[in-house]
Write a new protein. Sequence first.
Length: 244
Amino acid sequence: MRALRILVIVAVILGGLFVVVDRVAVGFAEDEAAEQLKTSEGLATTPDVSIKGFPFLTQVASGELDDVEVGIENYEASTGRSGESIRIADLKANMRGVAFSSDYSSATAASATGSASIAYDELLKAAKSEPTDVGLGITARVVGLSDGGKGKIKVAVEIDPPALDPQTVSVLSTVSVKGDKVEVQADSLPSTGGFDLAENAVRSITDFQQAIDDLPGGIKLDKVEAAPNGVEITVKGSNVKLAG
């Protein structure tokens, strides 16, 4: 009985040591992965990296991590226009089946899903905010974006007829994903104060697209929906590179 008790105590101690070593190892790996991701993506701040699953060391031995969560507070994505970017906020991605090289210099996830948001003032950069001629001497421009409720965006348009004071009208618009672009399209045309303007001229102001290129690891836009403070997007991808 005494020998059995000693064996149990030793097993508990070794088990405790294994847990401590495993947690130290995963903490070190998370810090290293975060630094590599910061460097490879050119991030201004260090992202959050959380390696899920226990034990970590057995996952390392197999050469693949089951589940890795990545959080990036602010990411400057390319818009496809020279020198311009759009800020993607609170980007969170869940990576599954993360395989890494033998020297740990590169890692690729079999699949990834995630979410992020784009503030309305950021999305406004894609709209025509400079006065644009829409015919009959009338100019128009988008002056604001906001939540229209029920998944719609409210687009505020300033219309400036000749010899009259400018007026601001609003239109509810549908937001959707078209390839690598967020597209905003008016459900119906706004009132133009009795002026008979061509639909395509008005839609050249109310409707617009914002390209979002080069998201981390090659993830892509999936869905988008209007929310109180901006548009909420979901992303997904396969063979997503975390590093290397």
